[in-house]
Design a protein around this ligand. Sequence first.
Ligand code: GLN
Length: 444
Amino acid sequence: LAAYLARVERLEPQLHAFIRLNPRALEEARRVEGRLAAGEALPLAGVPVALKDNICTRGLETTCASRVLASFVPPYDATVVERLRQAGAVVLGKTNMDEFAMGSSTEYSAFGPTRNPWDPERVPGGTSGGSAAAVAADLAPVALGTDTGGSVRQPAAFCGVYGFKPTYGRISRYGVVATASSLDQVGTLARTVADLALLTDVVSGPDPRDSTSLEAEPRFAQALGAPVGGLTVGVIKEALAEGNSPGVLEALERFRAVMEGRGVRFVEVSVPTLRYALAAYYIVNTAEISSNLARYDGTLYGLRVPGEDSVETMMRTREKGFGPEARRRILMGTFVLSAGYYAAYYGRALRARARLKADMEAAFAQADLLLTPTSPTPAFRLGEKTGDPLAMYLADVDTVAVNLVGLPAMSLPAGFEGALPVGLQLVAPPLRDELLFSLAQAFE
Ligand code: GLN
């Protein structure tokens, strides 16, 4: 922990991966030493973990990188944090993110952007950009993020680390601030598949406090070293149709060559409704955001800007508290759910979601796993997309379908374009998450 703290002190001023460090980290590490001495078996004894700032930590601010929660101190730990502490891990700090996990670059943080450790002029990806940058720069060996539409996988790809999003329900959402509840999952980030498995084993598994939690025991470390010969990988042809940069296509070819050498078979599969995924995602996502963010009204949480009466207090608080992207999504979500437009937008998006699920099932009838780029390009420049919300949304074209269907997926580092890392995305059928770890390790 001391070594990591020294590294943070040296590199954090350039990177800004953290919103705040845990002032009690050393003290907590000493308590872990005591537990070890008393003979407790602690799989993550003393391991510093970086946590995205939308994961509640008791007694330590949790702001979602928003002014509206700037002073919010949770009275309890999220289930994932409780499990980390039980395993002996130490919370190193809370990482930077796009406000309320809306964005693709970590530039929509109310506290300033994070920089990509490979090139400070570029974004680390988002919305878990702080977690990905922290792991890539070795400010922490492992980190947690959240993934609503790619927010763990895309920054993992941009920063050259592993990023995993489980089957919806395998990691508890209790104590994780809701963005879009039917899409949100906590995800894990690490520099090696073995570290990723160890961390994922600790944080996943059934939780009675999350009603969408699944009864599936974690077996991630056991999946390491499993034979992969005979598996079939389906390359989704619609994901390769256009817009991918040369380094991304090269990484795909290289992955294929290496894995064919290990006995993996490759086939081309089609997911025709993939082209509607982004549109459906941004309707479902904004609809749920407009509902979830209604609670920030100056009454219960964080910021309160008093007005003449309660309505004015609410208006002033929300006007001061929310940044431009949060406002845009609340407005869009309110619109797509409004009487008269609900059927044309929200209802249609739900139908597209159902068809996408059927298409994915058909693809899995032909292949054990699916393969796409994680993102069509490597990390883009700071400021490149902030003026154009639609360009920013397009950065998620490869990742959002996975969340709409609730599938498990992993981004793995698979090459470089110039000096910038490139990631590939593997997708597994529901509850076959462990297969991703077997295949990723065989490539590693
Ligand atoms: N970039 C996507 C969005 O802005 C995904 C965000 C996320 O996964 N939290 O909605």
